[in-house]
Design a protein around this ligand. Sequence first.
Ligand code: HSE
Length: 307
Amino acid sequence: MKSIKIFAPATVANLSCGFDVLGCCLDNVGDEMIIALTSESGVKITKIDGADLPIETHKNVAGVAVEALLASYKETVGVTIEIYKKIKAGSGIGSSAASSAGAVWAVNHLLGNPFTGNELVQFAMEGEKLASGNAHADNVAPALLGGFTLVRSYAPLDIIKLHSPKDLFMTVIHPQIEVKTSDSRSVIKHKISLKKAIHQWGNVGGLVAGLFTEDYDLIGRSLEDVIIEPLRSILIPEFQNVKEVAIQKGALGAGISGSGPSIFALSKGIETATKVAKAITEVYNKTGLDFDIHISKINDQGVKIID
Ligand code: HSE
């Protein structure tokens, strides 16, 4: 029986301007999983530690993602999955994506890498569909490919890995309230004005250009969301204060991480990211709410083998 233990990273999707298309991968926040190939065909979840999630394969995001992979694989194999959850569901840092991306990455590795990164994203998206009713790829793509990613197109699926400047650090605050992605998607309007669309796609282009040219001011100017953030931020306690304080302390920009309630701030250098974390902590200490705070460099590799 071949088996590996992996780190399945948390991710920050949307990055303000890029709803459903932009995301980036964190380095020291994530789950662990042990994946094995077996002689018995089919996918079995054998252990879930740290979360109350369904163990039935067809109800589990990792289970359905691996089933999608095996349906495209020419030989019959069996897979067992142990999940050690560290990322809470409904946190906005890609909890479901970590499980589905981690599982398909590990199975592909154990099979000798028959599938491309784009194909793995497609399989992992089945997990996202199960979790939120929508097969978005902006968490699973950076979890699988690492760094910053852009979903250039969903049909056909076209994922672009962007350049990741070494000096960028994420500060993420996770208030301990659960916001389901499906609920957070239900507050969004499905029609927007051309004026807002122009504003937003200017920022997406600016952010991509800023990453490739390592132009930190341009990255900061582009971290702006005129479409989704005004609607969703009301679900997140102290959102405006956290954002203001982060920018005052030198963050390039700040916004909602994925569908919330986590809030991210992107900074140049770990010193600034640490100052931002301290200032945000002070804001949240006054609320009486429980929260976690993370500082992470950008993980340019994505899923990693550990031990
Ligand atoms: N793009 C998705 C959303 C990410 O904002 O709903 C969910 O983490």
